[in-house]
Structure formats: structure tokens, C-alpha cells
Design a binder for this molecule. Sequence first.
Ligand SMILES: NC(=O)c1ccc[n+]([C@@H]2O[C@H](COP(=O)([O-])OP(=O)(O)OC[C@H]3O[C@@H](n4cnc5c(N)ncnc54)[C@H](OP(=O)(O)O)[C@@H]3O)[C@@H](O)[C@H]2O)c1
Length: 322
Amino acid sequence: MKAIVQDAYGSADLLELRDIDRPVPGDDEVLVEVRAAGVGPEVWHLMTGRPYVARVALGLRKPKNPVRGWDGAGRVEAVGAKVIEFKPGDEVFGNCEGSFAQYARAKAAKIAPKPANLTFEQAVALPVSGMTALQALSGKGRPRPGQKVLVIGASGGVGCYAVQLAAMYGAEVTGVCGPTGADFVRSQGASHVIDYTREDITDGPHRYDVIVDNAGLRPLPVLRRALTPRGTLVIVGGEGGTSFFGGMSRGLRAVTLSPFVGQNLRNLISVARREDLLTLKDLAEQDRITPPIDRTYPLAEAADALRHLEKGHPRGKIVLTV
Ligand SMILES: NC(=O)c1ccc[n+]([C@@H]2O[C@H](COP(=O)([O-])OP(=O)(O)OC[C@H]3O[C@@H](n4cnc5c(N)ncnc54)[C@H](OP(=O)(O)O)[C@@H]3O)[C@@H](O)[C@H]2O)c1
């Protein structure tokens, strides 16, 4: 089968289209004939092995799994001995490591039936970003109707779903994005937009009940100043920071401080699970969330898709068609 493979950590220049053996699913896995794969920061981290701390899990010297990709959508080709939820021919979407390939293995617990009203390309724009937004806006992070929510990095993969979900919950949403993203962020359901090149999140009188922080690595005191005294901050991500820890140290500081202050400060590490995929499927089938696709690329141009992610200010998700 054809797959996008890399032998060492590094830039998109190292990605190669090669013929390799089909993977064999384990007992609790299915083999998916991949029709579309998602391209987001998660794939960039797998490709570059950055921040370095991630290599403890991904492989110290080179990637343990040389095939790139994280999210996949396609048809079940074969199922492992213990899998009872799926059968060959089922259309599925979800976490499918090594999805930049014609076939990929997926844990049965991390995939779900594809939303019936979505194409494979639309469906694959949902899993990691949609689950992350759903988990960020859960528990104390779930806004009540009328509450004010700030989504930082609102035009990206996670941000667009955070805006859609917060608006669906009845919150008044403000999105933070770059100079060209305002119309897109409004189209996702935001009532207000802050252009981060012209305005700070603490400018103006607004304080937010919930802040979902996806980008910009703003210092904790700045984020806390924008939050109401009993508000909830959910740190999701942000690129840059030190080469060893990336932006992760802010999250650790937030969690350490949270028990001693009135505000609830969370650091999110999202988990891929079928339950959340089923929630996203229902919401998509009821037209309550819509996956926005920035651009699609054929599998052979995966390297260009990654370069676009690095430079291109994507609006929503980038997708590979396989
Ligand atoms: N914690 C977890 O489990 C988890 C799960 C998934 C993702 N993540 C992380 O979450 C982050 C976001 O992921 P994503 O898929 O949404 O990325 P993405 O699609 O690249 O989107 C990033 C967004 O941030 C905006 N942005 C860039 N600089 C900004 C700044 N200084 N202030 C405010 N917004 C800014 C960009 O807008 P412009 O293009 O207009 O500049 C873009 O809308 C990444 O770091 C990713 O690794 C974490």
C-alpha cells in the first residue's frame, strides 16, 4: 500500500510517499481503508518530535511509527478477534494513527460510525479538534446560557469548534484571531472578535466566565486578568515556547495554582474516546456543528499540506484525500 513515511524527525521535506506492507490489526483494533486524513498541529508534533519531551512517548531517536497521520475516516476492512462493535464495510471516523496511508490500524474504542450526513473529508475534520473543544467546554468549563466565553485561537481547528459549541450552549462568544480571520470566526457563531495584532484580551471592560486558550502562549497573569473572579480557564495549547517543554509549563503552573485561588485553572490533555465521537456525530447529524475545511490535498502532497499548516493561517481544518 502507499503511505507517507519518515525515517527521522524533522521538517516536511523528510516525508516520502512509499510502498509499504499493510498493517495487521491487533485483537482490539480494526483495519481501516482510509479515505481521508486530518492535518493539524498534532501531526506536526509527530513529524518534528517537538517539543522534545514528547519523544519519550513518540520514540527517542526517531518516530516509533514511521507512518504519519492521527485522524482518519474510511471503511472498515477487517476487525481484530475481540472487536464486536464494527464489521467490514462500516464507515468510521476517529483516531487512527498512521492515517496518511491507504490502510491504517485504529483502536476500536477510539473510532465511531461516521456521521451519515458528512463526507469522509468533512468527518475527518472532526475527531481530535472536536473532541478537544468538547472536553475543554465540559465540567466547570461548560458555560451557562448568557455567560461570556473567550476563545483564543478561534479561527483554527480546535477554536472553530470551541466557538460553535459555546454559541450552541447559549454563551456570548468572543473569538481571538489574526487580522484576516474575523469573518470566519463570526460565521462560526462568535458575537465579537479580537484581532490579536491590534488589541489585547484585557483591553476593554469585558471579563470572561470561561476562557479556552488555544494559541499565543499568553502569560498566566494576563489570562487571569481577563477572567471573572470565579471563572474557568482551560489551557489547551499554543505553539512555541522552549524546545524541551514547548508551551507546556504554563499548564503546569495553572494546575498548581488553581487550588489556592477563586478561579478554576485547568490544563487540558484531550483523550480520544468513542463516547465523545458519538456526541460529535449526533451534533453534526443535527446540523448543530459543521466541520469547516480550509483546504484539501491528495495523499501524495502531504508535505505541502504540512507546509501550509506551518505558514498558511488555516481557517478550520486541512484534510488529505486518500
Ligand atoms: N491539549 C490537547 O489535548 C490538545 C489537543 C489538540 C490540539 N492542541 C494544541 O492546541 C493548539 C491549537 O490547535 P489547532 O488545531 O486549533 O491549531 P491551528 O489550527 O493551527 O489554529 C491556531 C489558531 O491560533 C491563532 N493564533 C495564532 N497566534 C495567535 C495569537 N498570538 N493569539 C491568538 N490566536 C492566535 C491562529 O490564527 P491566525 O491564523 O489568524 O494567526 C489560528 O486560528 C495547538 O498548539 C495544538 O497542538 C492541544
